[in-house]
Design a protein around this ligand. Structure first.
Ligand SMILES: Cc1cc2nc3c(=O)[nH]c(=O)nc-3n(C[C@H](O)[C@H](O)[C@H](O)COP(=O)(O)O)c2cc1C
Ligand SMILES: [Fe+2]
Ligand SMILES: [Fe+2]
Length: 405
């Protein structure tokens, strides 16, 4: 693909990773992803971010089609994670810029990733401006969105916000703009990305959204480093609004049941619980953790106010895939949910106590007592699971109403 002009003398030079399914070793990117880098041509030329190592030669080739690399005066490194800085050594060598620009904490991350190099590092802080001639760049530190070093670059003359990881989506497509794809696909990808990467930093998201509004930053082009670029006012506005909505984590009247099982007793309990919830007006999704990666669980939990988790007792504990998913969810700090625990056991039956501890660690109160069943559930146990679903439906209704009042 050619470099693409996204505004007057502003170019997208990134690469599309159609093959990516493992995102950064901890999450999944079921639709692939892109690594976006941007170039502004002016009296001074500035490159914003690079790409993942291995994609560097493509970035360099695209850059050459716009400008000889040695004409790049500044390389702005908004974030040091290797998907954006892996190709930095290659680009530094090819461009030999007057300055490599990063945030104060970016300087630390730079040393942590590349050791001490004789690169001309220039540290900028929030509010500092760099003149490119006809245009300028205003830097906005976005600490913990999602690393300490993270920074946005705002170009007021173009009303362009280069937001690095924030507002990204894992979509590999030849489409470059958000208005070129199905709105539902875009919204799902934006949510999937937020809930697997940004969610723990929701408080910072609200602050930065307020700062954007408060400083009167007018954004007409919102250009993240993954996925599609927002170029229509309505798309920019709805994306900022979507982030506010995600960050507020208002509870939804929808339930997620996750479980693993050895001999399917816990699975039968999961399905009976699902019937109880659904019969009482709660749309419910059931995910078997052998078939569903923990990032898919988080994506689904995004729209659910109730998490019910099931595991049999296994060697005085719970099954490892259940522990893995709960460990992952806990790290993402979901808020404002209620929980429930269930599962089958044989003799010692520690399962629901352990599940309850995970739920407590996520501040998910259990409004209904855990339900455990010795070996294979009979009709009475399955009825009890359905009744548990009915009680949980009522509790969820109350929880949602309380949060809205
Ligand atoms: C390898 C293995 C280890 C188990 N360890 C325990 C245990 O420590 N304590 C217990 O109460 N039950 C234990 N059980 C019994 C299971 O919890 C019981 O068979 C349960 O019904 C399985 O539910 P499931 O069909 O959902 O897998 C174990 C079963 C297996 C196969
Ligand atoms: Fe990142
Ligand atoms: Fe990234």
């Amino acid at each position: 693909m050619q470099p693409l002009s996204i505004a007057n003398d502003v170019f997208w030079l990134g690469d599309i990773d159609f093959e990516s399914r493992d995102f950064h070793g901890y999450s999944r990117s079921p639709l692939g992803t892109t690594y976006n880098a941007y170039l502004i041509k002016d009296e001074k030329n500035a490159l914003f971010d690079t790409v993942k190592e291995g994609h560097g030669p493509i970035l360099l080739e695209k850059l050459r089609q716009v400008l000889p690399p040695e004409k790049v005066d500044y390389i702005v490194v908004n974030h040091l994670e290797p998907d954006h800085s892996g190709a930095l050594p290659l680009l530094m060598e090819a461009c030999r810029p007057e300055a490599l620009i990063c945030s104060p904490l970016g300087k630390k991350s730079l040393e942590g990733h590349f050791g001490s190099r004789d690169w001309p590092v220039r540290v900028v802080t929030s509010g500092e401006t760099l003149s490119l001639g006809g245009r300028s760049v205003r830097f906005i530190e976005a600490r913990m969105l999602h690393w300490p070093d993270s920074m946005f670059s705002y170009i007021p003359e173009e009303k362009l916000l280069i937001s690095n990881d924030a507002f990204g989506q894992n979509i590999a497509s030849t489409a470059r703009f958000a208005d070129e794809v199905e709105p539902a696909l875009l919204r799902k990808s934006l949510s999937e990305y937020y809930h697997n990467i940004i969610l723990p930093y929701s408080a910072q998201v609200l602050k930065i959204l307020d700062a954007i509004a408060g400083q009167g930053l007018s954004v007409e082009i919102l250009a993240p480093d993954h996925g599609l670029i927002f170029r229509r006012p309505q798309d920019v506005a709805s994306t900022l609004e979507a982030y506010r909505d995600f960050a507020l984590q208002r509870p939804r009247k929808r339930a997620l049941i996750i479980y693993d099982t050895m001999w399917r007793s816990t699975e039968r309990m999961a399905h009976a619980l699902c019937r109880g919830l659904a019969d009482n007006g709660v749309e419910t999704v059931v995910l078997n953790l052998k078939q569903n990666h923990h990032s898919a669980v988080m994506t689904e939990l995004a729209a659910c106010g109730l998490l019910a988790v099931g595991s049999p007792t296994h060697n005085n504990g719970i099954l490892p895939l259940v522990a893995a998913s709960l460990t992952y969810l806990k790290g993402l700090r979901p808020k404002n949910r209620i929980g429930a625990a269930f599962g089958s056991y044989g003799w010692s039956g520690e399962n629901t106590k352990i599940l309850g501890e995970y739920l407590s660690a996520m501040d998910m109160p259990q409004p209904v007592d855990p339900l455990k069943c010795p070996f294979v559930p009979d009709a009475a146990v399955l009825n009890a699971c359905e009744a548990m679903g009915a009680s949980l439906a009522a509790a969820l209704e109350k929880h949602c109403a309380a949060a809205c009042s």
